[in-house]
Design a protein around this ligand. Structure first.
Ligand code: LLP
Length: 384
């Protein structure tokens, strides 16, 4: 919830900037942790969702591990002070340099996404004279029913190892001398609000566990990925998302041995609601059907609407409580037609200079910001 005091602070800040409510973040992370600990599950934070130091520090303070997808993220995690054994490293295109860095750092697991990558890890680990912990990321072929750009667990996706390749993977790991298989990794997609795909995922995980057990390859941990969605229409609902219900699905449906641990790598569900993008109205430009509200923030600061047709709730902070309303196409200043936050959005009658909040922008907001048109964000504002 953006308070009157916050708005007072914003009045003197150059826009556009991200506003972070770190106390809300802390509460959300604690809620997730509590729900996970009820079942003994281990949480990692998917750093790609947001990699700024204050956010990472909240995760570290609450004892979460990290999920990284680049060598730079691995370095950042270690620099911030996450224990190496809490860092997982996934990604379909790890460079040799990134793999060597991960092996040398003794992280929790390198999550291999193809047989070809396993061969390279084996070779590089041999070169370093080390045995390295790996997990294999399996493609469970589960439809996440989400936007096509953020679904990852279908057979034709580039992510993970497909069912038809598992026998070859098992054979390769069985004869390798530098790979220590510890886990199986899955991730079916992002912004998944219906729990059904996670139920299907559990079935696939059980089958995969059986297959590896039959092959005599013991599995110590399962990493079920992230993907839990949030309610973008209700940015101030502190009970969203429902972590309890999410973890209950796995508790009910997964056949794990008592010695096997279950890990999750949540991104959006932990950070989305804790930040808003704050902008100013530059112009209200008359249109034939709808007027345009032209902001000083655009797709360079928050690309989700342009890339995934995502709708974030928008609030005119300067006109709170005013009754006269109007419909606006809320757009940014960037030279692209897709630079649009929403069409015909109903907002209070607005004017130049109004402060506008684009809500629930803590996940994949700042971390996906770009310098297109040589634009840059202004310093973030924090509430502890
Ligand atoms: N694990 C892996 C292997 C992933 O690829 C991802 C996200 C996560 C965990 C975390 O997923 P989450 O809990 O945040 O759903 N930029 C897009 C989302 C891309 C998600 C990429 N992978 C968006 O703004 O909607």
């Amino acid at each position: 919830m953006i308070t009157k005091e916050d708005i007072g602070r914003f009045e003197v800040c150059p826009t556009p900037f991200y506003f972070y409510d770190l106390a809300l973040l802390d509460r959300t992370v604690r809620r997730a942790k509590q729900a996970a600990e009820k079942h003994g599950y281990i949480l990692h934070f998917a750093m790609k969702a947001n990699a700024i130091d204050p956010v990472l520090n909240v995760m570290k303070r609450n004892g979460l591990g990290v999920d990284c997808v680049s060598g730079a993220e691995v370095s950042k995690a270690l620099d911030i002070g996450f224990a190496a054994e809490s860092v997982a490293f996934a990604g379909v295109g790890k460079s040799d340099e990134e793999i060597v860095q991960a092996i040398a750092s003794d992280i929790f697991t390198i999550n291999a996404e193809s047989l070809e990558e396993l061969e390279v890890i084996e070779e590089l680990a041999a070169g370093l004279g080390k045995k390295t912990r790996i997990a294999v990321r399996l493609n469970p072929d589960v439809d996440a029913n989400t936007h096509k750009y953020i679904t990852t667990g279908l057979e034709e996706n580039k992510f993970g190892i497909s069912g038809w390749q598992i026998d070859d993977v098992i054979a390769f790991i069985g004869k390798s001398s530098h790979l220590q298989l510890t886990g199986l990794h899955f991730h079916i997609g992002s912004q998944i609000r219906d729990l059904e795909p996670f139920k299907n995922l559990c079935g696939r995980i059980n089958l995969a566990l059986q297959r590896f057990a039959d092959a005599g390859l013991p599995i110590e941990h399962v990493n079920a990925g992230g993907g839990l969605g949030i309610d973008y229409d209700h940015p101030d609902d502190e009970k969203d998302p429902d972590f309890e219900k999410f973890f209950d699905v796995f508790n009910e449906l997964l056949d794990l041995k008592p010695s096997q641990t279950l890990h999750f790598e949540l991104g959006r569900s932990l950070v989305a609601h804790c930040a808003d993008l704050i902008a100013r109205t530059l112009y209200i430009k008359k249109g034939l059907k709808t007027n345009f509200m032209i902001l000083d923030a655009g797709m360079t600061e928050l690309i989700r609407p342009a890339l995934y047709q995502a709708i974030h709730s928008i609030e005119n902070l300067s006109k709170r409580g005013e009754e006269e309303v109007e419909r606006y196409d809320v757009v940014g200043p960037v030279c692209e037609s897709s630079d649009c936050f929403g069409k015909a959005m109903q907002l209070p009658l607005s004017e130049r200079g109004d402060l506008i909040a684009i809500r629930s922008a803590g996940a994949y907001g700042e971390s996906m910001a770009s310098h297109y048109n040589l634009r840059s964000l202004r310093p973030s504002v924090y509430r502890d």
